[in-house]
Design a binder for this molecule. Structure first.
Ligand code: CP
Length: 327
């Protein structure tokens, strides 16, 4: 008699509480998330550590990170969770273990949610389907960085005095965000360009053809291209700068002196073309290249506030993954 085995069920769902794309969240859900972030920030430590008391979260980082990894880890710990870091440099990923096998291994070890940074676009969807655990996308290849878009939005709302306004398709009406630099390789640019027009903002992308190839980008409504940085800056309510991602250039040569001349945000340019604009940068910054130190550390800069909002927003994302977003 043939040995019968149960056919494994193909499960193709994504666990509730995951965040794979910024488009997973409605504006109402983002609004609730920001309210939760505010409540968690104000919550006494003794109460906050009970939110995820004893839960186990794995940080699976296949690419280097300072801000995203540390803020997710500190956010998890401040809510009482236990975390473990798995990086490609010191794990069996180095020996060729697949993302699927790594994910189900972490689940078998007790991980209840996974935060993933990967150099492969789409990897968070693979992991979410493999593990059926909540997966938070901490940046996938040249695709998306949804928690960065959320922290950027919260930073803008606070600095522009709009934090108390309801989030809807008019919240950022009249606001222009210029995003300048290596748009082609930037998941930050992509997630922001997906989110900000939904709130009524104009997004102006700026950079040289090599880093902003019009043909390769499908621009959504509300997003335009302006090649001249000075003209882009003169429209900016918010000037978001991006570094050139040298690790992804693969053979592409960028003339640094020419780039600095055309696209660096320095004191003179800021004073001449955007004296009131809010300056943002997701980090890591390459000072002296896309931004000079006086601007990065100057009064118009919100760079350190972005980092702070990153911690608070990621607390709310983790709380949502386990508690469904209810305070
Ligand atoms: N903004 C950002 O993703 O920074 P890290 O690469 O340091 O996480």
């Amino acid at each position: 008699m043939p040995l019968r085995t149960a056919k494994p069920k193909t499960v193709n769902t994504i666990a509730a509480g995951s965040l794979l794309s910024i488009n997973d969240l409605s504006l109402d859900e983002i609004s609730s998330l920001f309210s939760l972030a505010t409540q968690l920030e104000a919550m006494p430590h003794v109460k906050r550590v009970k939110r995820l008391d004893g839960h186990k979260i794995a940080l699976l980082f296949y690419e280097s990170s300072t801000r995203t990894r540390t803020s997710f880890e500190l956010a998890a710990k401040s809510l009482g969770a236990m975390t473990t870091l798995v990086s490609d440099k010191s794990s069996s990923i180095e020996k060729g273990e697949s993302l699927h096998d790594t994910g189900v291994t972490l689940r078998a070890l007790g991980a209840e949610a996974i935060i993933l940074r990967s150099n492969l676009s789409g990897a968070p969807w693979v992991l979410a389907r493999s593990t059926q655990l909540p997966v938070l996308n901490a940046g996938d290849g040249m695709h998306e960085h949804p928690s960065q878009a959320l922290l950027d939005l919260r930073t803008m709302l606070v600095r522009l005095g709009l934090a108390k306004k309801a989030l809807n398709e008019k919240t950022l009406r009249g606001v222009t965000i210029t995003i300048t630099g290596d748009i082609l390789h930037s998941r930050v640019a992509r997630s922001n360009a997906m989110l900000l027009p939904r709130l009524g903002a104009r997004v102006v992308l700026c950079g040289p053809e090599a880093l902003l190839p019009e043909q390769a980008l499908a621009l959504s409504p509300g997003v335009t291209i302006e090649r001249d940085f000075n003209r882009a800056l003169s429209q900016a309510t918010v000037a978001m700068m991006l570094r050139i991602q040298r690790e992804r250039l693969v053979g592409m040569e960028i003339d640094a002196a020419q780039y600095i001349d055309c696209y660096q945000l320095n004191t003179e340019r800021l004073a001449a073309f955007a004296p009131k604009a809010l300056v943002m940068h997701p980090g890591p910054m390459v000072r002296g290249m896309e931004i000079d130190s006086a601007v990065a550390d100057g009064p118009q800069s919100a760079v350190q506030e972005q980092v702070h909002h990153g911690l608070v927003v990621r607390m709310a994302l983790l709380d949502r993954a386990f508690n469904g977003g209810r305070a």
